[in-house]
Design a protein around this ligand. Sequence first.
Ligand code: NAD
Ligand code: TDX
Length: 339
Amino acid sequence: MKILITGGAGFIGSNFIFYMRETHPDYELVCLDKLTYAGNLETLAAVMDKPKFTFIRADIAGRDAIYGIFETEKPDVVVNFAAESHVDRSIENPSIFLQTNVLGTQVLLDACRRYGVRRYHQVSTDEVYGDLPLDRPDLFFTEQTPLHTSSPYSASKASADLLCNAYQRTYGVPITISRCSNNYGPYQFPEKLIPLMIANALADKPLPVYGEGLNVRDWLYVEDHCAAIDLILEKGKAGQVYNIGGRNEMKNIDIVKLICKALDKPESLITYVTDRKGHDMRYAIDPAFIHRELGWLPETKFADGIQKTIRWYLDNKSWWEKIVSGEYQNYYERMYGNR
Ligand code: NAD
Ligand code: TDX
C-alpha cells in the first residue's frame, strides 16, 4: 500500500505521517508539500531518511509536476491535507486560498482520474457548515447539514468538497470526505489560538482574544483525527462524508484562562481586541455517524490532551521559537499591530 500524503509538512499532515508509520509500518508513505510559511521540514526530521518514506516538494496546483509524481510514484491512495488553513489570512487575502484549496484539489482529482487510485480522501472542516447560535445548544452539524460558509477559507474548503462529489458522480473517482472540528496538539503553527496563546504567555506578551471571547469551538486532539482518517481509508464507503468531532465544546476565553493557569501566568495578560470579521459563533459536530458506521470514538480527553500539548510546547521551544522570530513576525505585526 502506497499513500500520497499532501500537506504532510504541516500540523495535521505530519501527525498523520507519524501515526501511520506507527500503525501501519508496512505502508509506503510519500509526502508531497509545497513548504509554504506553514510547512516545516524540521517537523519531519525524524522520518526523513527512514525507509518507506519519501518527501517531494511540489505545489498541488502545479498540474505538470503533479501528473509527473502520479506517474512515477503510482500511489494507491491519496490523502489531501494540503491547504491554506488560517481563517484570518483568508480574510486578508483570499486569492491563494482559492488557488490552493480549490484549484489544487481539482488538479489532484484530475490526476486521480487520469492515473487511477483506490481512494482519494479530502480532509475538510466543520467550517463548511457555517456556525450555530449560542442559545441553541441542542443543534449540531450532521452530514446532512447544508453547506453555509462564512469566510473565504471556509468557502474555498466547501468548493473543494463539492468538486470531490462532482468527480465521484461524474467520473467515478472513489472519494471520501471528512469534516473535522478544531484540532490541537504538537506541531500546530503558532498563529492558531492554542499555540499562539502558549507562546505569548511564555513570553509574557498580551493574549489577544477576539471580541468577548465567547465563541465556541469543538476541540479534538490531533491523533484522534488521524485515527479517524485511517479508519475511513480502511472501512469507509466511497462517496461518503464523515463528520469527526470530540463533543468537546469550549469558549475561547475559557481555553485562554486554562492556558494562563497551566503556565502560572496572570489573566491580566488577556487583552480583548477587535473581533474577526464574520466571526463564526459556535461549531459543534455530531460524530454519531462515524461512530455507528466505523466504530470511531475519540480517545484523548481534553483535560489530558491540553496538558500534553502545553508540555510539548514547553519541551520543543526551538521548534516554534524559530517560527515566531521569522516571517511570522511580519504577519503578527500586520494582524495585531493596530488591532
Ligand atoms: P497547516 O497550515 O498546518 O498545514 C498545511 C500544509 O499544506 C503545510 O505544510 C503547507 O506547506 C502545505 N501546503 C499549502 N499549500 C500547498 C500547496 N499549494 N501545495 C502543496 N502543499 C501545500 O494546516 P493544518 O492545520 O495541518 O490543516 C491540514 C488540513 O486539515 C487542511 O486541509 C485544513 O483545512 C484541514 N483542517 C484543519 C483543522 C485544524 O483545526 N487545524 C480542522 C479541520 C480541518
Ligand atoms: O489570536 C487569536 N485570538 C482569538 O480569539 C486567534 C488566532 C484566534 N482567536 C479565536 C478565533 C476563533 O474563534 O479563537 C478561535 C480559534 O481560532 P483559530 O485557531 O484561528 O481556529 P478557527 O478559526 O476556529 O479554525 C480552525 O479550525 C477549523 C483551523 O484554523 C481551520 O483550519 C479548521 O478548518
